[in-house]
Design a protein around this ligand. Structure first.
Ligand code: F6P
Length: 327
């Protein structure tokens, strides 16, 4: 193997640059050239490749976002788009590809593998919804942004005797909301997996008021059956919970910023492993963290379902935070 490519795809996540850097540096150690594909599958289809050397990847380990940029591409979902991408790779003499991204990106990776092209997936998404890995790149950094926001919002909530509704990301998965709620001391958490009713949220917030707390926090996952804005309307129109209510949607702030130590390490280990898997002749697998080890997880398995939140997290939430009522 003399020449490979790397790309980042789907929603960016902190640590993607560390993964690119690890791929380039590891490949260089084996005398393998690395090309970066700009803007994910869009760049693949258009043949937008750049040679990456140690110079291009120096000073990027601590940077958020992705130097290769990313995109969500519709054309690559078609057979024609996939063939065009494959043709570009062959034109460049590329013999293997590392794709860092979430479920949609890994589905594209599987398509290329099925066309006979060697591909390794690396899980990158703040949602932590990728099956087959304990953690994906970016989750820990996003969680830390959420915790900082929760701590700041609690300060102002206490000063004004307010209840805050805080919406966090997670399109189909409540991992960030649940762990954010547990670690940030929320009264109640609304996840897509186990959503309390709006009445239950009202009861939990009111309970905090009645018990004499100076503030209350509800964390709502964006993928929950109702949005935080709906909840705000409901509480304002139908309930008197005691506290004044304020709403904060953390949005894309959760995706930006320098990766944490955990994400830098995870991304580095995964990038190194991806190149080693390619060199070993593997394809159609994702690098997955299992306990302390990196494992090869078949892409079919990784995209077959969403990673479920461990039952113990819900149990923890019930005891230490509460999913339906305040402790
Ligand atoms: O998958 C990561 C994620 O940040 C989700 O939590 C969110 O729903 C989505 O991406 C937002 O996508 P976009 O940046 O395209 O608006």
């Amino acid at each position: 193997m003399k020449r490979i490519a790397v790309m980042t795809s789907g929603g960016d996540s902190p640590g993607m640059n560390a993964a690119i850097r690890a791929v380039v540096r590891t490949a260089m150690n084996y005398d393998i050239e690395v090309y970066g594909v700009r803007q994910a599958y869009t760049g693949l289809i258009n043949g937008d490749f750049e040679l990456l050397t140690s110079v291009e990847v120096s000073g990027i380990l601590q940077r958020g976002g992705t130097i290769l940029q990313t995109a969500r591409n519709e054309e690559f979902k078609t057979t024609q788009g996939q063939k065009r991408g494959l043709r570009r790779l062959n034109e460049q003499g590329i013999q293997g590809l590392v794709i860092v991204g979430g479920n949609g990106s890994l589905t594209g990776a599987l398509a290329l593998h099925r066309m006979g092209f060697p591909v390794i997936g690396v899980p990158g998404s703040i949602d932590n919804d990728i099956f087959g890995t304990d953690m994906a790149i970016g989750v820990d950094s996003a969680m830390n942004v959420i915790l900082e926001a929760l701590d700041r919002l609690r300060d102002t909530a206490s000063s004004h005797q307010r209840a805050f509704l805080i919406e966090v990301m997670g399109r189909n998965c409540g991992y960030l909301a649940l762990t954010g709620g547990i670690l940030g001391g929320a009264e109640i958490v609304v996840t897509p997996e186990r959503p309390p009713t709006m009445e239950e949220v009202a009861a939990a917030l009111e309970d905090a008021y009645v018990r004499g707390k100076s503030h209350a926090i509800a964390v709502i996952a964006e993928g929950a059956p109702y949005r935080a804005t709906d909840l705000e309307k409901f509480l304002q129109q139908n309930q008197n919970i005691g506290f004044e209510i304020r709403l904060t949607i953390l949005g894309h702030t959760q995706r930006g910023g320098s990766p944490t130590a955990f994400d830098r390490l995870l991304a580095t280990r995964m990038g190194v492993k991806a190149v080693e898997f390619l060199r070993d002749g593997q394809s159609g697998v994702m690098v997955g963290l299992s306990g302390r080890e990196m494992k090869a997880v078949p892409l079919e398995e990784a995209i077959s379902k969403l990673r479920p939140i461990s039952e113990s997290y819900f149990e923890n939430g019930q005891v230490s935070v509460t999913l339906t009522h305040s402790s």
